[in-house]
Unconditional design. Structure first.
Length: 91
């Protein structure tokens, strides 16, 4: 089951989906308060909204060339919904 189908993905599955290492996702969690995966025990699980947000962040960082501070500014000014939309459009 995928996050788009309403399932929950592990950090490894999300890392594979986004083509980034797991440690990058953990780093992003420390820099972007909007990333709040659910916890099952000691494991992170990501739903569809989380995946869209992470795709948007990845798009802004890797494709658009923004810095972490730049993405933080976009999130502060435009909101997480805007970044999720970017992630949905660029999926």
């Amino acid at each position: 089951m995928t996050a788009e189908e309403g399932g929950a993905l592990s950090i490894g599955e999300v890392a594979s989906e986004l083509d980034v290492p797991s440690h990058v996702l953990r780093f992003w969690e420390t820099r972007f308060a909007e990333i709040r995966p659910a916890k099952r025990g000691n494991r992170r699980v990501y739903g569809p909204a989380d995946l869209a947000l992470l795709r948007g962040i990845r798009q802004l960082l890797y494709t658009e060339g923004l810095t972490v501070k730049g993405v933080q500014k976009v999130l502060a000014e435009q909101g997480a919904g805007f970044v999720r939309e970017i992630g949905t459009l660029k999926a």
